[in-house]
Ligand binder design. Structure first.
Ligand code: NAD
Length: 538
């Protein structure tokens, strides 16, 4: 394993991960449900206390958390701090700063195009969902477990956190941190593998948030369906990078692709999985990709303290097997070969890969970069579209070509002339589409994902009751009741459009007041002349 390991505390070198007993899981969830039912978490001050406790715990246990990731993935502490720890810290700050605003009921007057809503107001309340479960993944074990937790707490839920047992050291460090610094009646950690997670999924949750493979994603979605609860599924897929002939500068292109391939030894859900490159620039790109690998980790990647290791033997063998079966030409990007004992997998470029190759069958999740050549942009687009929608799509091309690719493809997110950086923005949603995921999160999107959007209609009782109450229901028959339809149905958009599209129409419809005035006389007459549904008793 990586050289930095000797600096890691002895206590962590042997993972002390203990799985929850199956019998205890129901009780843990019930106690969190009881806390939620008490109404405690509705208070914004209470939620902020939870977030501050999480921040304090993370800061106090920072070394233990970073050391744990080093033991699990041999990732450099700076990389973990940059991509995981700081991202969660930032998210907590963002929530504390904005949650008052995001939680405030959004009031608005109802559309003037629906006359029946005259004098009514609409309120959108973002309310907690209840007790939610967050099932984390191992490749960025701090980020993928704690980032959704921030949103869940800010939105006022009680939470069960299930870290991935595969990154066992980090799972222990997270449990220790949450147990020591956070209110156990609000957030609890349940440890375990498939068996324990299966038991957890049998419990009644109000939302299921899962990060990992599509196979387990289906298991989680079925569990949520049993409870008729919502899901957020953060899944994976094969993310392509298209490099077109009109790209311009290939040097930054190669650097950005290789960075995305080798970060965390390729074990990143939005890593470039394969490159689709125009024939005219292929050779130059391959040369530059090799240079980029050396530039990032040196001639001997295995000696770099910054290059990660494959998480476990199972994944190492899977990658080796995929590479053994390829019909492309394997090019070692640096001078190292394989070291199975250390789970060191060198950066490998595979040239001349055909559509049917073993490397294009499943998500690689490792430092193997297949290169597929195309002749026309539409050919590249067709190759992308013949597979599941990816979590991310990268296109390196002149603006018109890039726009053409974006218009013809689907993906969770995308970058033009860059890779992976789109998920660094906490102001934008992160998530997949179709087989790469359901729903999204980070920043306000997390707050929304863990909230119920409750629409409340507020209307006064004093407003002409005979009219308002008579409009809504039977009797409908007879010409004397035709006015109900006219006033009750929304003014159809096609009907207002010709008016709106003329200059005069724009002037008039610009002000809602004018629109209101146009319908008001008929409406008021109807309101006051309608026969009351129930005669008032004297
Ligand atoms: P996984 O899907 O095997 O496991 C993830 C979690 O599911 C673990 O907590 C595990 O205990 C639990 N689990 C495993 N088997 C289960 C079962 N049968 N029943 C119930 N629970 C079970 O994790 P993985 O496949 O190693 O993760 C890699 C995948 O995750 C890749 O496809 C990657 O792209 C994707 N991923 C996506 C994101 C994202 O943000 N979209 C992030 C990281 C990883």
């Amino acid at each position: 394993m990586g050289k930095e390991h000797s600096a890691v505390s002895g206590a962590l070198s042997e993972s002390a991960l203990e799985y929850a007993s199956i019998d205890s899981i129901g009780g843990t969830v019930s106690s969190l449900r009881a806390t939620f039912a008490s109404g405690q978490t509705r208070s914004l001050d209470f939620r902020k206390q939870q977030l501050r406790a999480l921040l304090a715990g993370m800061r106090a246990e920072k070394k233990a958390l970073l050391d744990a990731v080093l033991l699990d993935l041999s990732k450099s502490a700076i990389e973990t701090d940059m991509y995981e720890f700081s991202a969660v810290e930032f998210e907590i700050g963002l929530m504390l700063e904005n949650m008052d605003k995001w939680a405030r009921p959004q009031r608005s007057w109802l559309s003037m195009l629906q006359p029946v809503f005259l004098m009514s107001r609409s309120e959108l309340r973002r309310e907690p969902l209840g007790t939610v479960v967050i099932i984390g993944a191992w490749n960025y074990p701090i980020r993928l477990t704690l980032l959704p937790l921030v949103g869940a707490l800010a939105a006022g839920n009680t939470v069960v956190v299930k870290p991935s047992e595969i990154s066992s050291h980090t799972a222990v460090a997270i449990e220790h941190m949450i147990g020591k610094y956070m209110d156990q009646s609000v957030v609890r950690v349940v440890q375990g593998a498939a068996h324990e997670t299966g038991e957890l999924l049998k419990q009644h949750f109000d939302h299921y948030f899962y990060t990992g493979s599509g196979g387990v994603g289906r298991v989680v979605a079925k569990a949520a369906a049993e409870q008729l609860a919502g899901v957020t599924l953060e899944l994976g897929g094969k993310c392509p990078a298209i490099v077109h002939a009109d790209v311009g500068d290939l040097t930054p292109t190669a650097a950005r692709i290789m960075w995305a391939k080798l970060t965390n030894a390729g074990q990143t859900c939005v890593a470039v999985d394969y490159v689709l490159v125009h024939r005219s620039v292929k050779d130059r790109l391959v040369d530059l990709l090799k240079e980029a690998a050396v530039g990032l980790y040196g001639e001997s990647t295995s000696k770099s303290p910054d290059y990660g290791r494959i998480i476990n033997d199972r994944n190492y063998k899977r990658l080796k097997d995929l590479l053994d079966r390829t019909e492309g030409t394997t090019i070692f990007a640096t001078e190292d070969g394989f070291d199975e004992h250390d789970r060191f997998f060198p950066p490998v470029i595979v040239d001349g890969v055909q559509d049917s190759d073993s490397l294009l069958t499943e998500e690689l999740f490792g430092p193997i970069l297949p290169i597929v050549v195309y002749d026309t942009l539409d050919e590249a687009i067709a190759m992308v579209n013949s597979r599941d929608q990816p979590l991310a799509l990268y296109v390196f091309a002149a603006s018109a070509s890039a726009q053409h690719v974006l218009a013809q493809t689907r993906s969770g997110g995308a970058c033009v002339n860059d890779t992976m950086f789109h998920l660094a923005s906490h102001g934008s949603p992160f998530g997949g589409v179709g087989p790469s995921g359901v729903g999204n999160y980070t920043g306000q999107y997390s707050f929304n994902a863990f909230s119920h959007h409750r629409h409340v209609l507020l209307r006064p009782l004093w407003f002409p009751s005979p009219g308002i109450d008579t409009i809504r229901g039977a009797p409908f028959s007879g010409p004397e009741n035709e006015w109900k339809l006219k006033l009750c149905r929304p003014m159809a958009y096609p009907a207002v459009r010709p008016l709106r599209d003329s200059f005069f129409g724009r002037l008039v419809t610009f002000f809602p007041l004018w629109r209101l005035l146009a319908i008001l006389p008929g409406f008021i007459v109807a309101l006051f002349t309608a026969k009351p549904l129930i005669r008032r008793r004297k």
